[in-house]
Design a protein around this ligand. Structure first.
Ligand code: EPU
Length: 337
């Protein structure tokens, strides 16, 4: 049976640690419970939203509606050969526990995505990525329930329209599908990806190159730069790294020869938002209980009692400054509710 709570605080369900409330909070442990709740109990008068791990969301006020929290568990092997393994994983599994589970068994492909907060069910939405790997590289398909018809749907990788921090679930299908399971294909003889930043160097400190040493290195790098949400509320990268045209990029590179950048397709260039914010002298800046993290300028933190509005207000100030200095519009990565 699903669990329903009324007038429920979301403090433990968003990594910013914001103390907003929702009129109803419904936990469903299976696809059947989701269907039962939506079919019989949800009267459609109130708005409804799906919340996974709450690691990429910013609540600006109390939610006068129903928040559905799918907690579908389970890791099932669908197919296995000497080279590969295909898994079907419940949306409610914790992402990093799943990564650890695969690394322990020698299944490669997601070790670079260690320690990313959130659930398996939300990883496809923003196509999580780190250290040269994006989750789209290992997703075979995403299974969902269509919210209005309650039909089970199946999206093959190509149908998910994955792009940098983006997918169909963030755009056309936003709020229309509940992700129930994600299918992954992992490799038993993994190709290690070590060419991002100082990852290779860090892995070498551990002597051998293996899934375990890569996981260990990524965990250390992340822990050295990114605040732990349990200690300091945050949602990881607050902004996306902007992708700009060649003309503007050339102008910036001429003015700041030290700017790090990545050449993309179609004459586009990606610039790290963290670098722009640091160059604008905003790293470590604080306004009341909101601040730019001291070790990673891409992360905004809640020092205690910041509200969602405080964070948004602060973020808009940063966007303004970056437009004035660099003519670049920073796009928020987090979902503002
Ligand atoms: N940089 C600065 N100052 C800063 C932060 C970064 O100058 O305060 C510069 C660094 O010197 C480096 C470049 O920016 O040359 C890139 O920095 P980093 O490798 O730390 O990565 P990022 O671009 O800041 C992205 C992802 C992270 C992911 C890392 C590692 C986005 C929006 N963010 O950050 O993702 O962990 O790469 O792959 O793409 C997240 O989404 O929550 C997240 C943490």
């Amino acid at each position: 049976m699903f669990e329903l709570k009324e007038n429920f605080s979301l403090k433990n369900h968003n990594t910013f640690g914001l103390n907003t409330k929702t009129r109803y909070f419904v936990v469903c442990n299976s696809e059947d419970e989701l269907i039962e709740f939506l079919n019989i109990h949800y009267k459609k008068e109130l708005p409804l939203m799906i919340l996974g791990g709450g690691s990429n969301v910013l609540f600006t006020k109390d939610y006068d509606g129903v928040i559905l929290h799918p907690r579908i568990k389970g890791i099932e092997i669908l197919r296995e050969t000497d080279e590969e393994i295909e898994l079907r994983v419940g949306a409610g599994e914790d992402w990093d526990e799943f990564v650890a589970y695969c690394v322990e068994r020698g299944w490669g492909g997601i070790e670079n995505l260690s320690l990313i907060p959130g659930n398996v069910g939300t990883c496809p939405i923003q196509n999580i990525g780190a250290y040269g790997v994006e989750v789209k590289d290992v997703i075979v398909a995403v299974e969902t329930l269509e919210l209005t018809t309650l039909q089970k749907c199946y999206f093959k990788n190509i149908e998910c329209e994955f792009a940098y921090r983006d997918s169909i679930f963030k755009r056309k299908l936003k709020g229309k599908q509940i992700i129930t399971y994600v299918r992954f294909k992992l490799k038993k003889q993994p190709n290690f990806k070590l060419d991002y930043g100082n990852l290779n160097e860090k892995v070498e400190e551990f002597g051998e190159i293996s899934l375990r040493s890569i996981r260990k290195a990524v965990v250390q790098i992340r822990e050295s730069k990114l605040p732990k949400p349990e200690e300091l509320g945050n949602a990881g990268s607050f902004f996306k790294n902007p992708i700009i045209d060649k003309q503007l990029a050339t102008k910036i590179i001429e003015k700041y020869p030290d700017v790090p950048y990545y050449q993309m397709e179609n004459d586009l260039v990606k610039i790290p938002a963290g670098w722009l914010i640091e160059k604008a002298e905003l790293k470590g800046k604080r306004m009341g209980d909101v601040g730019v993290h001291e070790k990673q300028a891409l992360v905004l933190v809640n020092y205690g009692n910041a509200t969602g509005d405080d964070i948004i207000h602060f973020a808009r100030n940063i966007q303004q400054t970056i437009i004035i200095l660099f003519e670049i519009e920073l796009e928020m990565e987090v979902n503002v509710v």
